[in-house]
Design a binder for this molecule. Structure first.
Ligand code: NAG
Ligand code: NAG
Ligand code: NAG
Ligand code: NAG
Ligand code: NAG
Ligand code: NAG
Ligand code: NAG
Ligand code: NAG
Ligand code: NAG
Ligand code: NAG
Ligand code: NAG
Length: 482
């Protein structure tokens, strides 16, 4: 056992809090005792286990649901609490060691029926920790996990290969508060418990230009399969809040995600080079896109060629005064296709749905279905833009132009809008196959016109009168889907 613990000692000694040897001894004793409990089957009350079962995806009252995207296993056989690992929920003590020990311990049950770690009511401060496979992190009612205010408790990790560097700074990036790499079958849920990244310190580092490495996410999954994130409140992420990257079969539902409306880059959910992702019934309020679908950045994303595909974003409600309800891009170099955005309700925001790309991105955005979107007081309800003018380094290829084709937009109502759609494609790569039906942009001054450049498509039942580029009245059969 001691051999296996060595890396943890390294982290402890290099980190911010240095627990006494007496405390470590206590922790190990507690573990030994809990192992004993497990082998003698005196585990935890049955109701805790059945609670985790109730995260089932069937209870949607006949509405479409994410059910097909996540495969539920049987309840985890082993259930323990963070307090079994010396955790102290007093809002002051660092629980980094406790969480890391707990996960290390629970890893050993991955092939023995899986494990669930309960976080009870309390205020649990922690640095970053990794999750494991066949595992449930369960935040009970009143449980709040707080991200440490010590940047060293968010160690630097490798940049993503599809970005070639940290998104904000060259080199490595701070690891997310809760992190998973190469995992299968992971659930993070609970009775609306909270994970609070306490991002203010990080936003200030960004604002005052003293940030050394790219900020960490609140939760990141990499290279993982069959992941469910539900029934929790996530607050104040330093950077993008939930970032699944190189993942498949990810469900994010019944989440509340909040950050101050001026907090920089606090996107809600960013599926990035992922396939089969379903997001539904979320309320999101933040300083950046509520949801942004991505797939890598310029030459790094092009080389990695990991698309985002088969993504559903449904029944999301929220506000973002400077960004969009749903964004596609601007990092899209691995390609993005088969995205459905439906039953979206965006209020008091800069844009409703926005497609963003640029010269040098390469890749494609294809077959995007956007339907039943309600907007209130959204400045630019529908926006396509180029000119992100944001490249990882000088190695980007100006000839790598993105292909945008097949954007189907139906049943949109925008109330109290300020501008008509702004649709700007690339001169050397017009956006084509844009189909809009039954789109009403209301509340505009009579003089307001659509603004279109380098776009081609068809419209029907659209007010106010769209730009001529979208009045392609011949051969509109490609736009005749429901
Ligand atoms: C997870 O559990 C399943 C079913 O028991 C098992 O087949 C698989 O090997 C486990 N995964 C890991 C990584 O241990
Ligand atoms: C968490 O996983 C990352 C790799 O994904 C690794 O670099 C890091 O050391 C791990 N942290 C801990 C505390 O095990
Ligand atoms: C989800 O949160 C609600 C409200 O706190 C709670 O009643 C319900 O039991 C939670 N569901 C699960 C599966 O924990
Ligand atoms: C969960 O908690 C958040 C924050 O307190 C609250 O806004 C939200 O309504 C709660 N969700 C449920 C389902 O109770
Ligand atoms: C920048 O913000 C950080 C975090 O709040 C703070 O510790 C630091 O003193 C600030 N630096 C400057 C130059 O304002
Ligand atoms: C898009 O969806 C269609 C129909 O479900 C499927 O045939 C196609 O393979 C998907 N494309 C990608 C890139 O996943
Ligand atoms: C477009 O995507 C939808 C789902 O997002 C899928 O049903 C359809 O088959 C796709 N079409 C093509 C041509 O891939
Ligand atoms: C449209 O979306 C809203 C949520 O914004 C939902 O309440 C409504 O049922 C949806 N309508 C249809 C026809 O699906
Ligand atoms: C047009 O869209 C609105 C808003 O989604 C919807 O209520 C209405 O039924 C749609 N009309 C048609 C003819 O589909
Ligand atoms: C009409 O739209 C189709 C599909 O986007 C395109 O191939 C064709 O060139 C367009 N025709 C005109 C006259 O714009
Ligand atoms: C399409 O129809 C509109 C209005 O009916 C007309 O103004 C426009 O010139 C037509 N466009 C083409 C390419 O025929």
């Amino acid at each position: 056992m001691m051999d296996g613990e060595k890396p943890i000692f390294g982290v402890i000694m290099g980190g911010y809090t240095r627990p006494s040897w007496a405390f470590l001894l206590l922790v190990f004793t507690v573990i030994a005792v809990s192992c004993l409990q497990i082998t003698t089957k005196t585990v935890f009350p049955i109701w805790v286990v059945s609670n985790s079962e109730k995260t089932g995806l069937s209870d949607t009252g006949g509405r479409p649901s994410c059910a097909g995207f996540f495969r539920h296993g049987p309840p985890r056989k082993t259930v323990m609490s963070i307090t079994d690992f010396g955790g102290i929920g007093d809002g002051k003590t660092s629980n980094t060691v406790a969480f890391r020990l707990a996960i290390r311990h629970m890893q050993s049950f991955a092939e023995k029926g899986g494990a669930q770690l309960n976080v009870p009511r309390g205020r649990w401060v922690t640095g970053s920790f990794n999750l494991t496979s066949n595992f449930t992190l369960f935040l009970q009612e009143g449980a709040v996990i707080f991200g440490s205010q010590d940047p060293e408790e968010w160690p630097i990790t490798e940049p993503l290969p599809s970005y070639g560097r940290g998104r904000e700074r060259l080199g490595g990036r701070h690891i997310s508060l809760i992190h998973g790499d190469g995992l299968t079958n992971v659930v993070i849920t609970g009775q609306n418990g909270t994970i609070d990244g306490q991002g203010k310190m990080w936003w200030e580092l960004w604002w005052n230009r003293t940030l050394k490495h790219t900020r960490g996410h609140l939760l990141e999954f990499m290279n993982s399969h069959n992941v469910l994130i539900s029934n929790l409140t996530f607050l104040n992420s330093p950077f993008w809040t939930i970032h699944p990257v190189y993942c498949s079969n990810v469900v994010i539902k019944d989440m509340t995600i909040l950050a101050p409306l001026n907090a920089p880059n606090t996107d809600g959910i960013d599926p990035d080079s992922c396939i089969h992702v379903c997001i539904e019934d979320c309320y999101i309020e933040s300083g950046d896109d509520l949801v942004a679908v991505k797939s890598g950045w310029d030459q790094y994303g092009i080389n990695m060629a990991r698309p985002s595909s088969n993504i559903i974003i449904r029944r999301v409600l929220g506000t973002t005064p400077t960004c969009s309800g749903v964004g596609i891009g601007s990092e899209m170099s691995g390609g993005i296709s088969n995205v459905t955005i439906e039953d979206l309700h965006v209020r008091d925001s800069a844009a409703g749905v926005r497609i963003k790309t640029d010269q040098g991105r390469g890749g494609y955005i294809a077959n995007i279905t956007i339907r039943n979107i309600t907007m209130e007081r959204v400045k630019v309800p529908i926006r396509f833009s180029r000119g992100a003018n944001d490249h990882p380094d000088e190695g980007w290829d100006p000839k790598a132009v993105p292909k945008v084709k097949g954007i189907f937009i139906t049943n949109v109502v925008s109330l109290n809008s300020i501008k008509a759609p702004i649709l700007e494609g690339l001169e050397n790569a017009p956006f084509e196959g844009i189909c809009m039906k039954n789109v009403s942009i209301l509340g505009l001054a009579p003089s307001v016109r659509w603004n279109c450049e380098h776009v081609l498509g068809f419209t029907d039942g659209v007010t106010p009168m769209p730009c001529p580029q979208l009045l392609n009245n011949s051969s509109s059969s490609w736009c005749s889907y429901s």
